[in-house]
Design a binder for this molecule. Structure first.
Ligand SMILES: Cc1ncc(COP(=O)(O)O)c(C=O)c1O
Length: 471
């Protein structure tokens, strides 16, 4: 894509050899020609003004003007009176780097991709206001490298939020800001591996396997042995977890991903007892806990056993994945090790973004957005149930009490992958449960239906287009 510079002139890296005796004008011409031929400068891209480039290179303005005139006459550059000199269309005669072929993505009637919140509802105005506030109120010292755990302002605001909304045992010293759950998990697993833990168990279904999921590949790279424990209607099977020999369990208790079940009270206690009795750790993925429709959300497990549970939260579901902010709430003796991993990884998450999130939380607009989104998702959930009843009454839906995905159980013997492929042919995006399983071959045919990022008006036609396919 051509960069359409606006306002001030762009910078351009060109080097001149003053010792070699080659005339500067010929060097500049060659350097500009090469930059265009090799694609460093692309068609339409604006060049610095002759005055700017002359100052930059320490040569006379006349020399740059002569150079530009030469390249204009050769057809490398174009210039219209009153506008900047640009790289001419078609100037790059030698195609050294073929432009990537874009396969057109067919427009879908509806894409029921799980895990994506309603991107159209991102509170752009509130976020812009929060970014502005962060930028104007940040102290100069905030712009330096900071504490790898992140901005103290955000960590204090978050600690209050997690105590208030998630009944967490939280304080700023044990919080580490990170780049979403994806990074949070890696930092936690590395710190646990450093503390002597050897294996980690994931829910099955859950993140799938290293073949299907980058999260599992990243977990494998932490050096820990990967194990799985099955999930049933009550959540993770704690006896199977114990039998796996793992000393870390990664779980989604508030809303199991992807089955949608909520970890039953008896299992919550069994899981915490397992961690206490065996000296193990629970990594609690608290990804979409704000969205619960049948009753009040249950608090985090971390509140029950702060010495054994590490809770990872994210702004990806409540706001949007592009925000790339998350947080880890860790036991005191692990918080420093996680902060050390964060320092090695990237020296800390962007402070201005953290201050913006703190401003959004403090203003009450984050909570207001959540309230609005709860009613949006509850409405979509209702539309999905009604559309399935009309067009595919044989399909049973489960896991609807929270979040923005549900599981559709296909009739026994149905070909899950075949249904997904046939739906694509009908311009509907469907996603099979098998990609979430530790072994793709196991388990009954099911679909994980996301309804977060499907417009209300697309749900009915999307399901109607599947008529006959899901029966
Ligand atoms: C189960 C689960 N947890 C957490 C996340 C959020 O990840 P991140 O914070 O890296 O965007 C996702 C994203 O889809 C998810 O599916």
């Amino acid at each position: 894509m051509t960069i359409q510079w606006s306002g001030l002139g762009p910078e351009l890296l060109l080097s001149m050899d003053r010792a070699g005796g080659r005339p500067l004008r010929s060097q500049l011409e060659t350097a500009l020609r090469d930059a265009i031929r090799t694609g460093r400068l692309v068609a339409g891209e604006r060049l610095p003004s002759s005055r700017e480039l002359a100052r930059e290179l320490g040569v006379s303005r006349g020399l740059v003007q002569e150079c530009y005139a030469q390249l204009l006459s050769e057809g490398y550059l174009t210039s219209q009176a009153g506008s900047a000199t640009r790289v001419a269309a078609g100037a790059r005669s030698v195609a050294t780097r073929p432009s990537p072929v874009r396969t057109p993505v067919p427009r879908l009637i509806a894409d029921f991709e799980p895990g994506v919140p309603d991107l159209a509802s991102f509170p752009r105005g509130d976020w812009a206001r929060a970014v502005r506030e962060a930028c104007t109120s940040a102290a100069n010292a905030d712009l330096d490298y900071g504490d790898p755990r992140g901005s103290l302002v955000l960590r204090e605001v978050l600690a209050g939020y997690l105590r208030r909304v998630r009944a967490a045992d939280a304080d700023a010293a044990r919080l580490i800001a990170c780049t979403g759950y994806a990074q949070g998990l890696v930092l936690v697993l590395r710190a646990l591996a450093g503390a002597g833990v050897r294996s980690v168990a994931f829910e099955d279904p859950g993140y799938g396997s290293p073949e299907t999921s980058e999260v599992m590949r990243a977990a494998g790279a932490s050096g820990l042995r990967l194990a799985h424990a099955p999930v049933d209607d009550l959540g993770i099977d704690v006896a199977a977890l114990d039998a796996s020999g793992a000393r870390v369990a990664v779980v989604t208790p508030a809303h199991q991903s992807p089955t949608g079940v909520v970890l039953a009270a008896s299992r919550r206690h069994a899981l915490v007892d397992w961690a206490r009795d065996t000296g193990s750790f629970i990594v609690e993925d608290d990804y979409d806990s704000e969205f619960r429709y049948d009753r009040e959300p249950v608090g985090v497990l971390q509140g029950l056993a702060p010495g054994h549970v590490l809770t990872i939260g994210t702004a990806s579901k409540a706001l949007a994945p592009a925000v790339r902010l998350g947080w880890i709430l860790a036991p005191p003796d692990l918080a420093d090790a996680i902060a050390a991993e964060k320092l090695v990884s990237d020296r800390g998450s962007p402070t201005l973004d953290q201050l913006a999130l703190a401003a959004l939380l403090r203003s009450g607009r984050y909570d207001k957005h959540l309230r609005r989104m709860r009613s949006v998702y509850a409405g979509r959930r209702g539309l999905l149930i009604a559309a399935l009843q009309r067009h595919a009454p044989a399909v049973r839906l489960t896991g609807l009490a929270a979040g923005f995905h549900a599981v559709a159980h296909l009739p026994d013997g149905a070909d899950e992958r075949g249904v997904v492929a046939a739906a694509r042919d009908r311009q509907v995006g469907l996603y099979g449960m098998s990609t979430f399983r530790a072994s793709r071959a196991s388990g009954p045919p099911q679909l994980v239906i996301g309804f977060g990022n499907v417009a209300d008006r697309a749900i009915e036609p999307g399901i109607a287009a599947l008529a006959g396919l899901l029966a």
